[in-house]
Ligand binder design. Sequence first.
Ligand code: NOJ
Length: 538
Amino acid sequence: MESVSSPSWWASGVLYQIYPRSFQDSNADGIGDLRGIIDRLDHLSDLGVDALWLSPVFPSPMADFGYDVADYVGIDPIFGSMADFDALVLTAHARGLKVILDLVPNHSSEQHPWFVESRASRHNPKRDWYLWRDPAPDGGPPNNWLSEFGGSAWELDEATGQYYYHAFLKQQPDLNWRNPEVRAAIYEAMRFWLRKGVDGFRVDVIWHLIKDDQFRDNPPNPDFAPGMPPHAALQPMYSTDQLETLDVVAEMRAVLEEFDNRLLIGEIYLPIERLVAYYGKELKGAQLPFNFALLSTPWNAREIAALIDRYERALPVGAWPNWVLGNHDRPRVASRVGEAQARVAAMLLLTLRGTPTMYYGDEIGMPQVPIAPQDVQDPFEKNVPGIGVGRDGCRTPMQWDSSPNAGFSEGRPWLPLAEDAARDNVANLRADGQSILNLYRALLRLRRAHPQLTRGDYQPLAAEGDLLLYRRQHDGRSLLVALNLGDEPVSAASDAFGLDGEVLLSTLMDRTGERIGATLDLRGNEGVVIGPAPEPVV
Ligand code: NOJ
């Protein structure tokens, strides 16, 4: 489908996720901070991204590293001060970079004053701001709902004799989104940041906000198998993705619409057909309900082509697509698909139709770092050990240069660095013309130079063996993308697919300008973008 005639910044741009604890430490406490991010904005400008999204920087006891918010309108001293935050927005904007914050409205910290009040007594005015229920007749939890981080989702408050619901840690009680006062309070917090010039929000677990009003038991999951996280034993039929959630999303969007050009992103892990409902009625929901399908789709041409088709078909008319290859909750792409395929994955992400979101460090091919038991920080891994749910390995410090701790910190980093950090870092890879970092830079330049990539429609051409081939077309001009998802060479007859022109970019960075002959030959793990020869510069 043809895209809108003049796309918003978030439709033509590329988003870059920063996990602030791990980007750059400026005060030698081993934890990244806002000053550190300001000091590294050169990297983002040099890379060519358009917006940075910060995982939470609000005051927090850090039980879930900031996803347990104790104050929605402050900055945690670990990350700096409000003045540092203002300076970050100012400096980023001066460079043409947008700033997106992480809003965590589904739950607060147990130390948030709202919850402190709520648990104080059954009659406290804030009691109904959270989800309190009487025990079941046997004294146990009110229903069978499970926490995503292991165990029951209900915690008994001895003093008041009721249970409260927490979809994640017991230190993260869920707010009651059926209560209008809760809604108003969070919307005010959003306005606080929007007035400061923040360009949008990524909303944490937005599909969790509303729960069944009768708190019915969730049914068992027939596909549950040993080795899966324990909460997967049930289908979250009554605890997530309730129809009324879409009204809340529309209200959040309306708050953003009080300001110009702001973006609402929803974190949503749902099958595509449900995911697209979060664009909202008349597209008045999230502009970008995160599409995480590439994180779990088997890495082969047939499955990926089928996924793209399914997603493109499911999109409501006028809805803008988006794609994600990595985030702070999932194993690093370079380890998932392998170092060689990580380049092909980069080309896929940056040539599909829709807004790409990059995860910090993927541009230098950062691997999933093995974490020794004594170094584990992630509460999910601590609660559910040994089955591979730990998220520390994708949150390790950014690798900047060959100085101690790869230039991340002069203190002891809160997580270990990758083994090869002294070699595989921004400084070294920037100096190597064929590095993955320079590939990312070239892909981002190519996107900017070609409206076919930022705005064009998507036409599948082939998914045969390891070859994935598609066309991006805008205003009658085409680019072709050919990706080899395997280790062995593949060829395609040029006539059969209308392959004409020359190589604009190869993932191996050594074929630019090569004319396309009778066949297109790709080496193992190679992808190319083909297009008309660039106009000569006079
Ligand atoms: C999703 C976030 O991405 C994850 O890191 C966090 O632990 C949970 N939501 C709970 O907030």
